[in-house]
Design a protein around this ligand. Structure first.
Ligand code: SF4
Ligand code: MG
Length: 320
C-alpha cells in the first residue's frame, strides 16, 4: 500500500484565554493512495483540525507544536505560500463542514466556478474551463444548464453541497478531504451524496479522507477507519477488521451506539459518560474515566499505539 499522506507525531495546540487546548495529540496516521480513509469521533475530538492541517490551514489561534505532514514525501508544514497555493487545489482539495454556506450569495455558480478556474488553472481558457465544469456537475448529477446560471439561494442544501464537491474536483486533485460532508442534510440526501462520492471514487480512483461523527456513514463508503478521542487517534484499521474486531473500548461503544450497523447488535447502547474537559485532561489514558475495562495503569500512563493485526493498531493498555 503506497501512502499519499504520512502524518508523523502531529500535535496542534489552541492557546485560549481559559488555557491551552491540545486539539491533536501526537498523532501518526497514513492515508493510502486510492483508498477512502474515514476518521470518526465526537465533535471536538480533533478530526477537523487534523484534516485542515493537511492542507496547511490551521484556524487561528491554533499552533502546530510538533510533527510532520508528508505529502508524497514533502513536508506540507515547510511549504511556502506559493507552493501551498499550488498544492491546495491541484494536489489536495477540501470540502469544509457546511461548505454550502461558503458559496458567494451574489454570484452565479458559473461566475464562481470561472473565478476559481481563472485563479488556479494553468493556461486558463474559458471554454475549456466551462467544458470541465459541466463534466464535473454531471459527475455530481446536476444539470449544468440549470445550475450554472443559478444563484446559491436558488439551490437546495444538497445541491449546493454537490456543487462544492464538483468545485473540489476542478483542478483534478489526487485527494479530496471531506469534513462532515452531509451534516445538516436529510438522510435521503445524505445517502444520495454518499452514493455519488462512492462513484467518483470508483471512477476517478481518487483518494478520499472523510471526517464524520456518524459511524453508519463510514460503513457505506470507507475502506479504512480511524477513531479519534480527545485529540488522540485511538484505533485505526481496515473497515471490516474495525467493525468485526474492534479492539479499543471506545470504538466498541461507538459501534454499539450506532443504529442497526451489525446484524448481531439488535440493541443500541448509548456511550456512557461525557468526553473529558479539554482544559483539564485526565492523566493516563484519556478514555479511562469512561472505560469499563480501566486498570490502575490506565490512570497513570498514556498507552502506546500497538499492532493488534496487520494494518490494525490500537492505543490501549489491554493490548500491551
Ligand atoms: Fe480503557 Fe485502559 Fe484501554 Fe484506556 S487504556 S481504553 S482506560 S482499558
Ligand atoms: Mg468538526
Amino acid at each position: 500500500m503506497e501512502n499519499l499522506v504520512e502524518i508523523r507525531d502531529l500535535t496542534i495546540d489552541f492557546p485560549l484565554r481559559a488555557g491551552t487546548i491540545r486539539a491533536v495529540n501526537h498523532v501518526d496516521l497514513d492515508i493510502p493512495k486510492g483508498k477512502v480513509t474515514a476518521l470518526v469521533g465526537e465533535s471536538g475530538s480533533g478530526k477537523s483540525t487534523l484534516a485542515s492541517a493537511i492542507i496547511g490551514l490551521v484556524s487561528v489561534p491554533g499552533k502546530i507544536v510538533s510533527g510532520q505532514i508528508l505529502y508524497k514525501g514533502r513536508d506540507v508544514l515547510k511549504m511556502d505560500n506559493r507552493e501551498l497555493n499550488k498544492y491546495r487545489w491541484k494536489e489536495v482539495s477540501m470540502v469544509f463542514q457546511a461548505a454550502q454556506n461558503s458559496l458567494n450569495p451574489v454570484m452565479t455558480i458559473r461566475e464562481q466556478f470561472l473565478e476559481t478556474a481563472r485563479i488556479h488553472m494553468e493556461n486558463y481558457d474559458e471554454s475549456a474551463a466551462l467544458k470541465r465544469i459541466s463534466e464535473l456537475l454531471g459527475y455530481v448529477r446536476l444539470e449544468a444548464n440549470r445550475v450554472l446560471d443559478s444563484y446559491p439561494h436558488e439551490l437546495s442544501g444538497g445541491m449546493k453541497q454537490r456543487v462544492m464537491i464538483a468545485f473540489s474536483l476542478l483542478l483534478d486533485p489526487q485527494m479530496i478531504i471531506l469534513d462532515e460532508p452531509t451534516t445538516a442534510l436529510d438522510v435521503i440526501t445524505q445517502d444520495y451524496i454518499f452514493n455519488i462520492l462512492k462513484r467518483i471514487h470508483e471512477e476517478m480512483g481518487i483518494t478520499m479522507f472523510l471526517q464524520t461523527h456518524d459511524i453508519a456513514v463510514v460503513a457505506k463508503v470507507a475502506e479504512r477507519m480511524g477513531v479519534m478521542y480527545a485529540g488522540y487517534l485511538v484505533e485505526i484499521g481496515g473497515i471490516r477488521d474495525m467493525f468485526y474486531n474492534a479492539a479499543h473500548p471506545y470504538t466498541k461503544q461507538l459501534l454499539q451506539a450506532a443504529p442497526s450497523l451489525l446484524d448481531e447488535l439488535k440493541e443500541r447502547k448509548p456511550i456512557m459518560g461525557t468526553p473529558p474537559d479539554p482544559y483539564n485532561m485526565p492523566k493516563g489514558c484519556p478514555f479511562h474515566p469512561r472505560c469499563i475495562h480501566a486498570k490502575p495503569i490506565c490512570e497513570e500512563q498514556i498507552p502506546q499505539m500497538v499492532d493488534v493485526a496487520p494494518d490494525h493498531k490500537v492505543m490501549c493498555h489491554l493490548y500491551l
